[in-house]
Design a protein around this ligand. Structure first.
Ligand code: FAD
Length: 494
């Protein structure tokens, strides 16, 4: 008998640790699947993620019940709970899949010690990524800090096939799972957002739908938020409701089908490139996983060192600006649409994440950690490695980050990626009936004209050109490039 401890792998299919536990049980026993509600982990939780996790657990439990078994749930410190459960079920070993963040690794070290002390064996597998941290390195053996080099090796390395779910008789049938707690039992309110459906079936539906058509136009369409051209798999990949091998295999199948595509609007070569562009996003996820694994401190610290501290604004006006950003009331339509999508759906399109993050750090000169905390609270797909990577990229403090002098102009970004202002109209109803030209030139219209067109929508809270100059000075000072009087003048302008 073995316990399989589910964590960020809420599925039975393509689950390496679970398959390994089932393989090892032999004739004398079976696998007991377990999930532990850990209060230390829940302390970092937020309603949208907890909602998705509970729905994914319900789907997982149903999957086990369909296979004649059940999911055992417990609450407490896994270092105490797992040895107790091992004793209760007479299990000789506990198996789980590796997690790579600093907090998870500390917890796992404690669990290992507790199991050792109880005389229970333990075994782990790498499952959440194709190539685990530390296996794709520079020639000197260091983790990559530049994505392009990482990607080339990641792309060329062989990918494992999906693994089969355990057979019914590999799973313990004499277990009866406890009732799953409700969200209030875990200390959270229902999220305001409409969180997407959870579970392997829902994830497979998203993958199938994406691979039918959108994948072949991914590189052309992925930056346009109104086109809904991306997979929407981020929350599934974060919680492991679908396996990375299964997703990759579907992309390879899509590649194989390009030659036979009936749709002659997409050239074969373009389709192959589009699929590869999507695969490179899967590699970005693994790139940031290895950044976090090698540098757990990036959760709170800048990855990139500047000569002097970056003088983020923190005065009263800055705090008011932060509130306006969170509410989606900055007077910059594309920024506000993104922030409202986040509130409504616990999700935001990638291009718009980049725009709102640039706006917070380079137009409002607010510390990226404010943005990270807000995303952590509201995104169902919040993933420490990706969220931190995205924020530090936008703030020019991360690995392979946006150079500090490349500052997005929120108006031209809106014009380029939402030309008909459809995305803005969907999330900012106050602007739904005005022309795209007026939406994209909102900052240039007179106050009287703005009141006439959309009386409820705010004026821009800052002037982009002015803040851009301030951001450049702020970063130059941090780089030690502005000296003497000039520096004092710049600082007093704050
Ligand atoms: C400021 C900021 C914060 C972000 N926070 C998160 C986060 O908390 N969780 C998260 O999963 N992604 C995050 N991203 C990356 C990206 O925005 C989302 O992964 C993507 O928008 C999810 O939509 P999708 O599943 O349709 O993506 P698709 O375009 O379909 O991409 C497929 C998958 O590749 C991965 N991926 C795509 N882009 C990236 C990227 N830039 N970095 C790392 N992995 C990527 C995701 O797992 C995604 O599901 C963030 C980006 C920024 C700029």
């Amino acid at each position: 008998m073995r316990l399989f401890w589910h964590r960020r792998d809420l599925r039975v299919a393509d689950n390496r640790g679970l398959a390994a536990a089932a393989d090892a049980t032999g004739d004398d026993g079976a696998v007991v699947p377990v999930f532990v509600f850990d209060d230390d982990v829940l302390a970092h939780g937020a309603p949208p993620r907890v909602r998705f996790m509970l729905d994914a657990l319900a789907a997982l439990r149903d999957d086990y019940r369909d296979r004649g078994s059940d999911l055992v749930v417990a609450r407490g410190d896994p270092a105490e709970v797992l040895p107790e459960l091992a004793d209760e079920f007479g299990a000789e070993a506990v198996v789980w899949n590796e997690d790579y963040s600093g907090l998870a690794r500390e917890r796992d070290a404690r669990v290992r010690m507790a199991l050792d002390a109880a005389g229970v064996a333990r075994e782990t597998r790498h499952d959440a990524v194709h190539h685990e941290p530390g296996t794709i390195t520079t020639n000197q053996g260091d983790p990559y800090a530049v994505f392009t080099y990482f990607w080339k090796k990641w792309r060329d390395r062989e990918k494992a096939d999906p693994v089969d779910p355990p057979a019914g008789d590999d799973l313990a049938d004499a277990v009866a799972g406890e009732r799953l707690p409700g969200i209030a039992d875990l200390g959270f309110e229902e999220p305001e957002a409409d969180v997407q459906a959870a579970g392997t079936d829902a994830a497979r539906d998203r993958l199938d739908k994406f691979c039918e058509d959108a994948i072949y136009r991914y590189d052309e369409d992925r930056d346009y938020p109104a086109r809904e051209a991306t997979s929407r798999l981020s929350t599934d990949l974060k919680w492991g409701t679908i396996g990375v091998r299964e997703v990759y295999a579907a992309t390879e199948e899509a590649n194989a089908e390009t030659a036979a595509m009936a749709d002659d609007t997409v050239e074969d070569d373009d389709a192959v490139e589009a699929v590869e562009e999507f695969q490179s996003q899967l590699a970005w996820r693994e790139f940031y996983t290895q950044v976090l694994w090698a540098n757990p401190e990036v959760v709170t610290e800048n990855y990139k060192e500047y000569d002097r501290p970056i003088e983020w604004r923190d005065d009263e006006t800055a705090i008011e600006h932060l509130a306006a950003w969170k509410e989606g009331r900055t007077g910059y339509p594309i920024v506000d649409a993104g922030m409202r999508q986040l509130k409504e759906e616990a999700y935001m399109h990638n291009r718009v994440r980049m725009i709102v993050a640039s706006f917070l750090t380079k137009d409002l000169l607010l510390d990226w950690r404010h943005g990270y905390e807000h995303f952590k609270e509201h995104l169902a797909d919040h993933d420490t490695a990706n969220d931190n990577g995205g924020w530090q990229w936008a703030a020019s403090t991360g690995t392979d980050a946006q150079p500090y002098f490349r500052i997005f102009n929120p108006m031209t970004q809106g014009e380029r990626y939402d030309p008909d202002a459809e995305y803005v109209a969907e999330y900012v109803p106050e602007l739904a009936s005005i022309s795209a030209d007026n939406v994209h030139s909102w900052h240039e219209l007179s106050v009287g004209r703005r009141r006439q067109l959309a009386p409820e929508y705010p004026d821009p809270i800052v002037d982009h050109s002015e803040m851009r100059e301030r951001a450049l000075s702020m970063f130059k000072r941090a780089r030690g490039e502005v000296e003497g009087e000039e520096e004092e003048e710049e600082a007093s302008a704050d």
